[in-house]
Design a protein around this ligand. Sequence first.
Ligand SMILES: [Zn+2]
Length: 70
Amino acid sequence: MGAARVLCGAEEERVVSTHKAPGACPRCGGAVVATDVESERRILCLPLCLKSKRKYSCTRCLRRLVTLYS
Ligand SMILES: [Zn+2]
């Protein structure tokens, strides 16, 4: 199962940039930071698709704030 997953390609995530996001964490009121991540799926060293997404997280409690902005 694990070997098959490796053969099918691993997903690589690379942080492109981080910047401060507006708003505050609903849990602790800490600052929210936005992280732009490039996600690349490779199959046998061939890049299959490249997609970028933005993640939000709290800098104080490190909680992921996905639902807040999506
Ligand atoms: Zn927080």
